[in-house]
Write a protein that binds this ligand. Structure first.
Ligand code: GLA
Length: 372
């Protein structure tokens, strides 16, 4: 009976973000060969809808409004479980939780207290993203909940001692909380034996909508004045180098494609961007901001991690078809992986990734979406 109510009901009905109601819905996504059921949770809040599956803790879709209020899926992914099982690893790791150690460890080898551990070599000659059967391939136990009224999904996985060569029984949780315009991931881990941990999420984005072409027009800003240069196998040399004067300088907002074919040795090694930037400052702070000019969508990422891997989708080669049936080609999505530096266990000058019994590994990453 108020004027505001009348005005609202007179407005044309549109499927825009203002109509979304917070909540969680669960449906069966599929079953693995051994019969294990994989569930999909659709989590909605005011201007965002996210689908997460228990296999790999994968974020399948992220729907957010553009500047005109039209919802679009900005995450790359697959339509069905079969593709995630057959093509995501080895492959792009779309949307997956990555562990025990995100990114590369040189020759898959590290030493703790005089004992040398060998991990699977799945990215010759190195170990990548936790090995052949990393956290991205595990079925996590899901517990829906809420945090200050926002829907959340807690995922638990216990990795047995020596799994993929890593020491200690490691209990890991990743809790996705969907606030009105963002996805927050809180990671936790504990161990019963000294080990190493570096967890992240490997979502790929295209803010114009998945399957709409390359991300080269997206404008990226990284709050990072330094990066860790790599060798030809993408293992850090150990240097902490300034980005100034290189095509890796994103301290000012710059289109991703502007310098991607630059002959700079680092871009040749990575076939584009596939590097770890050293985020300025410490504590939970903004690491990256990406905007897409036609949709007006903006993604900001904050985390408490020392590094962020910016990967420009260089290895997408047209052989995969995504959620909407479109082919994914080189540069059709980008990933920003908040993390400790690659190969930290083999670099005494990098922040430590060692976790001991009695300690709790805790880290938070927040992806916030807006449009203008
Ligand atoms: C990470 C790596 C890349 C590539 C992708 C998955 O981002 O740094 O080199 O392996 O994962 O394709």
């Amino acid at each position: 009976m108020t004027g505001a109510g009348t005005a609202a009901s007179a407005a044309p009905a549109r499927a825009t973000h203002s109509t979304l109601k917070p909540g969680i819905k669960k449906d069966l996504f599929g079953s693995l060969e051994d019969g294990t059921k994989v569930w999909r949770y659709t989590i909605t809040n005011r201007s965002i809808r996210v689908r997460i599956i228990t296999y790999g803790g994968i974020v399948q879709t992220i729907e957010v409004p553009d500047a005109r209020g039209r919802m679009g899926n900005v995450a790359l992914g697959f339509a069905g479980l079969g593709d995630y099982v057959a093509k995501n690893n080895p492959g792009p790791y779309f949307g997956a939780l990555i562990g025990r150690y995100a990114n590369r460890i040189a020759k898959g080898r590290f030493t703790l207290d005089g004992v040398t551990y060998q991990l699977p070599i799945n990215n010759d000659p190195n170990s990548l993203h936790g090995g052949t059967n990393g956290f991205d391939t595990k079925v996590w136990t899901a517990t829906p909940g809420s945090d200050h009224g926002d829907p959340s999904l807690r995922l638990d996985y216990t990795s047995p001692d020596k799994e993929m060569g890593y020491p200690g029984n490691l209990h890991a949780t990743a809790t996705y909380t969907i606030t009105k315009d963002s996805i927050r991931i809180d990671y936790r881990a504990t161990t019963d034996k000294k080990t190493i941990v570096n967890l992240t999420n490997h979502s790929y984005f295209n803010l114009a909508g998945e399957g709409t072409g390359t991300i080269y027009d997206h404008v990226l800003q990284l709050n990072a004045h330094r990066y860790t240069p790599v060798d030809s196998t993408l293992i850090p040399t150990g240097q902490l180098a300034p980005v100034a004067g290189t095509p890796l300088d994103f301290t000012k907002p710059t289109p991703i494609g502007d310098r991607i074919r630059d002959g700079h040795q680092q871009l040749v090694f990575g076939r584009g961007y596939d590097h770890n930037w050293i985020v300025d400052g410490s504590g939970l702070r903004q690491a990256a901001r990406v905007s897409e000019p036609t949709s007006g969508r903006v993604l900001t990422m904050s985390s408490d991690q020392p590094g962020i891997q910016f990967y420009s989708g260089n290895f997408l080669d047209g052989t995969l078809y995504g959620t909407g049936g479109h082919q994914y080609r080189q540069g059709d999505g980008f990933a920003l992986e908040t993390q400790h530096f690659p190969d930290s266990p083999n670099h005494g000058n990098f922040p430590s990734t060692v976790l001991s019994p009695g300690q709790t590994y805790r880290t938070t990453t927040v992806y916030t979406f807006s449009a203008r």
